[in-house]
Design a protein around this ligand. Structure first.
Ligand SMILES: Nc1ncnc2c1ncn2[C@@H]1O[C@H](COP(=O)(O)OP(=O)(O)OP(=O)(O)O)[C@@H](O)[C@H]1O
Length: 867
């Protein structure tokens, strides 16, 4: 790709022939414009400065070199006064957003220094230029720069010893939240959940203002911050209590922070205040409209750590990181962009509050029962655009007329929506029953003011309907009359002069002119003034023509300006209603998610799980929500699960159950029989239930979990230089240190990355510790059959196996999970089926026979004291 505009070099430029570091120039020798550039650059040493010059945005010095490299543009040079030539590279002004997006995606901050007056007004002096935007990964607003399916979060962290404050905002939707905690692991997990595009960190670093791109490190970055994100190093000052608190009070026009719920959380306040200051600093002429700050507590939600999110493939698959094949993919039946983002948020932050879960379930149930309502609702929702982001753009003054027209169309659907849900009883539908009348009025006003399909540019007129503003109509009428006069001129002048070939034309240099062939030049009337001579024609103007032209041009400018003013006033009216629109968009998004989940539940035959405060996990005929959808209908084999021993209930009701419910299941079975699938199915059903969804099962009764942990076949973590075994041990340690009796733990093989006896010993000890000390509900899939002995020692351990049918020359996978431990391993059989030579298979059987004969592990362990 190349985008060069001037002075394209004929050969590759020799860097020694021009200056490529702005700090090395003698400023007294720079021409005025370059001096202004250099002074602006001083204020933003770490950002890429795009400087408007005519129809281009140009970069000079080191930025020119970087821009050319990163975007594969031509690097050239330009004379910068007596100082000589400086490196230069640039992009066309109309395409700046595209190029800026590419730079931001590569982890750069981009400063836009634009011309803020018409170059024609600045005769004899430098055109006035100002920094109008600072774009960073966390502060993007433009439609093309954002993914509609996910939030774009800017986060800010404040860490003091083991305590932390975290604030985050999505400036495109206005969401703004803050939290505080005392466990740094929770902070890391929150960041992993949010996947922020940029994180602000207050430091004493000498390179303040710089942006560390993902993977770049700095000694000033606290260790608990994952290296996968962009970090902006900020000064400590705006993050101090004395600065942050008043900034928040002023922003939300409050006397106390009590109403925001963070009055007693100094670190949360400091993070939120620091974030606000950054927005003020970067957004310049487009102040961000944020929703009221909300305070939350991490432990108010089901905690799903990043490794579990990855292993359960919640938003993307492990194998290739794609959305297709993830849980989100399998569940998403939403109709709006807002609903899609909300479902993603819900999946990443499931609830632990039973009331909240039941409210969502009630709504799904009502929508399942009422098919016409569900279908009409989905149909209508499809016609609602991204209200959250459209409002965001209106609030920050970046919305164009098409945005407002789309907003008006969407707002005008709301009364229909409220009519549709008029008789509903569940909370999320009732929330849509009342549309504030102000929004209906706003939609009507926008429709009445804006033309049917407005143009994209807002300063070139053509936006406002006739009848809106009498001054505008008068001016339009004058322009039209003058235009008509010019249109008639050709006919009139032909008649007057008797020259039938006379024409009236227009060009940019001379404006309107009368053209006459040279042969007829002697018949030209006296009032014609010759302006230009061409080979075959002469061009003239007349005083009358010029007067009309001048009138048209000034009137058109005035007209455009007036239309622009009417438009911006409309945009401000929308901005004033931002809070009301956003509250409603949130309700629309939630209804959309629930309507999609209801549709899914009907399509896939899901059931409503009964949610309880206890520890029970009782799933009858459960299915894996993703694998099920990938197989032909009816192919997936359902399996049941019972976990979570409630000793009190069981002792009261001894006769009801002959074998007590286990806390820990040892799951064995041949390779590829379905162990991993079963394990994940239980985790996914629990997680789905805690977002309020129905679940793929015939029946489910589920106690609320506080955390879900998974440990699944590790891969070498080359980035941190850790071996498979060390990754496995770190993950296991994390589980043992944090799981509680209310957690769900899913272990897919432990100890495989080391010698067999080491591995088996660790696996045994881990299982025993979980069953005896932690009592977390656990499924432990393993190839170590020796672990089946645990069930005979510990009352809350049970053995299950995935069954296969053995035929003389093949194994048939039944994918059925049944009580009991597999009494033999099929590893050698699997090797035979894979085509290992017969002699190797034979030898392997002999070796196994010997090992089994001499192994005392099983017998020995039975006698171990586990107390
Ligand atoms: N209940 C089921 N019904 C139908 N097909 C299933 C079922 N469970 C698993 N499968 C199919 O079997 C394949 C293998 O399953 P899975 O990976 O869970 O086996 P595994 O026992 O964990 O194997 P390994 O021990 O080698 O890791 C899956 O890809 C899936 O397509």
């Amino acid at each position: 790709m190349t985008a060069s505009h001037s002075e394209t070099p004929s050969t590759k430029p020799d860097a020694s022939t021009f200056i490529s570091d702005h700090r090395q120039v003698d400023r007294s020798k720079l021409s005025q414009m370059y001096l202004h550039y250099v002074e602006t650059k001083d204020k933003y040493p770490h950002a890429m400065l795009l400087y408007r010059v005519g129809d281009f945005f140009e970069c000079y010095f080191q930025d020119a070199v970087k821009l050319a490299q990163e975007l594969e543009l031509v690097l050239t040079s330009k004379q910068a006064g007596e100082q000589g030539r400086v490196a230069m590279s640039g992009v066309p002004h109309h395409a700046w957003e595209r190029y800026a997006t590419m730079l931001v995606e590569k982890g750069y901050a981009v400063v836009i220094c634009d011309q803020v007056e018409d170059a024609a007004e600045a005769t004899g002096r430098l055109v006035r230029r100002e920094v109008t935007r600072v774009l960073t990964p966390g502060t993007l607003l433009q439609e093309g720069m954002l993914k509609s399916s996910r939030n774009n979060y800017l986060a800010a962290v404040v860490i003091a010893a083991n305590h932390w404050g975290l604030a985050y905002a999505d400036i495109s939707t206005g969401e703004f939240l803050t939290a505080q905690g005392s466990d740094l692991e929770h902070l890391t997990q929150e960041l992993m959940r949010l996947q922020p595009s940029e994180v602000l960190v207050p430091t004493n670093a000498p390179d303040l203002g710089s942006l560390l791109r993902p993977g770049e490190t700095s000694p000033h970055l606290p260790e608990c911050l994952p290296p996968a994100f962009c970090y902006s190093l900020r000064s400590q000052f705006p993050f101090s209590q004395g600065e942050a608190r008043p900034r928040l009070l002023q922003k939300f026009k409050l006397r106390s922070l009590e109403g925001l719920g963070c009055d007693h959380l100094p670190l949360a306040v400091r993070a939120a205040g620091g974030l606000l200051e950054y927005l003020e600093d970067t957004q310049k002429e487009n102040p961000v409209s944020l929703q009221r700050l909300r305070t939350y507590t991490v432990t108010d939600y089901l905690i799903v750590d990043s490794q579990t999110r990855r292993n359960l493939e919640i938003t993307q698959t492990v194998r290739d990181g794609t959305y297709h094949g993830s849980l989100l993919w399998a569940l998403d039946r939403t109709s709006t962009a807002m609903g899609g983002r909300a479902l993603r948020r819900w999946l990443l932050q499931p609830l632990i509050d039973i009331k909240g879960i039941r409210a969502r379930q009630d709504t799904i149930e009502e929508l399942m029962e009422n098919t016409p309502l569900r279908q009409d609702l989905r149909q209508l929702l499809r016609q609602i655009y991204d209200l959250e982001r459209l409002t965001g753009r209106a609030g920050s003054g970046t919305a164009n007329a098409r945005d407002l027209a789309a907003l008006a169309d969407s707002l005008s659907r709301l009364p229909e929506l409220s009519h549709l849900v008029a008789d509903t009883r569940s909370p999320f539908l009732k929330a849509l029953q009342k549309v504030p009348s102000i929004l209906e009025e706003l939609a009507q006003k926008l429709h009445a003011h804006l033309v049917e399909s407005p143009p994209i540019h807002i300063k070139e007129g053509g936006l406002i309907r006739p009848g809106v503003n009498s001054l505008l109509d008068d001016r339009k009428a004058t322009v039209e009359a003058d235009q008509q006069w010019i249109a008639n001129l050709e006919v009139d002048e032909r008649a007057k002069t008797g020259i039938p070939t006379l024409k009236v034309g227009f060009n940019k240099t001379f404006g309107y002119y009368i053209s006459i062939s040279r042969a007829k030049a002697d018949q030209v009337p006296a009032n014609y003034i010759r302006k230009q001579t061409l080979t075959n024609e002469e061009r003239y103007i007349t005083p009358d023509l010029k007067e009309r032209e001048a009138r048209i041009l000034t009137a058109r400018d005035d007209l455009n300006q007036l239309e622009y003013e009417i438009f911006t006033a409309l945009r401000e009216e929308v901005a004033e209603q931002a809070e009301v629109i956003r509250n409603l968009s949130r309700a629309v998004a939630a209804a959309d998610v629930l309507c999609g989940l209801a549709e899914l539940a009907v399509q896939q035959g899901y059931c409503r799980p009964e949610m309880l405060p206890g520890r029970e996990i009782n799933i009858v005929d459960g299915r894996h929500p993703v694998v099920e959808q990938s197989l032909p209908a009816g192919f997936f084999v359902p399996n049941s699960t019972q976990l979570g021993r409630d000793e009190e209930a069981e002792s009261e009701n001894v006769s009801a159950s002959s074998s007590p419910t286990p806390d820990l299941i040892i799951l064995t079975g041949p390779n590829a029989s379905g162990k991993s699938c079963y394990l994940r199915q239980v985790g996914l059903i629990q997680l789905m239930a805690q977002i309020g969804s129905f679940v793929p099962a015939r029946f489910a009764r589920l106690g609320i979990c506080d955390r879900i942990f998974t440990r699944v076949g590790a891969v070498d973590d080359l980035a941190t230089g850790q071996s498979t075994f060390m990754v496995e041990m770190n993950e296991t340690a994390n589980i043992l240190n944090h799981a509680t009796s209310r957690s769900l733990v899913l272990l897919d093989e432990i100890g495989r990355g080391t010698a067999t006896f080491d591995g088996l010993s660790i696996a045994w000890a881990v299982a025993e510790y979980i069953a005896v000390e932690i009592r977390a509900r656990t499924i432990f899939a393993t190839h170590y059959h020796e672990l089946n002995e645990l069930a005979s020692i510990l009352p809350n351990v049970a053995n299950y196996q995935v069954t296969v049918k053995e035929l003389p020359d093949q194994i048939i996978f039944l994918h059925q999970v049944q009580p009991g431990g597999a009494d033999k391993s099929y590893g050698i059989e699997a090797g035979r089926l894979a085509g290992l030579p017969a002699v190797v298979i034979q030898r392997a059987k002999q070796v196994m026979g010997q090992i089994e004969k001499h192994s005392k592990i099983a017998m020995g362990l039975q006698n171990l004291d586990v107390d």
